[in-house]
Design a protein around this ligand. Structure first.
Ligand SMILES: [Zn+2]
Length: 107
């Protein structure tokens, strides 16, 4: 009994490292899968509306009343996503970058 306990205690740090690496691998694989299935995500700046939401947000916070989301005045395309409301995930952008490098290196 004491022998088993001693063995597990000496193995414990090693096992935790393996477990940690496994968790990182799992999370990375999950993120890669998410980037594969859904390469686009909502733009964080305009929340997918495609218009610059800075003004509406500050109005909402200041006056605490609903502001028309698509007011004709002051509405312009979100500079970050250029009005699409979508943004490429960072992982997908990296994937595209390396895929392009690989493609260019072969010719
Ligand atoms: Zn945007």
């Amino acid at each position: 009994m004491t022998l088993i306990l001693a063995a597990t205690s000496t193995n414990a740090p090693e096992m935790s490292v393996i477990l940690f690496a496994g968790i990182i691998l799992f999370v990375t694989a999950g993120y890669a899968l998410a980037c594969w299935v859904r390469p686009f995500t909502l733009c964080s700046r305009c929340d997918g509306t495609g218009t610059s939401a800075d003004r509406g947000l500050t109005d909402r916070l200041r006056h605490r009343r609903p502001v028309r989301p698509r007011a004709p005045r002051g509405r312009r395309d979100c500079p970050r996503c250029r009005g699409t409301g979508l943004r490429l995930r960072i992982g997908r952008r990296l994937h595209n970058h390396f895929a392009r490098l690989h493609r260019n290196s072969r010719r």
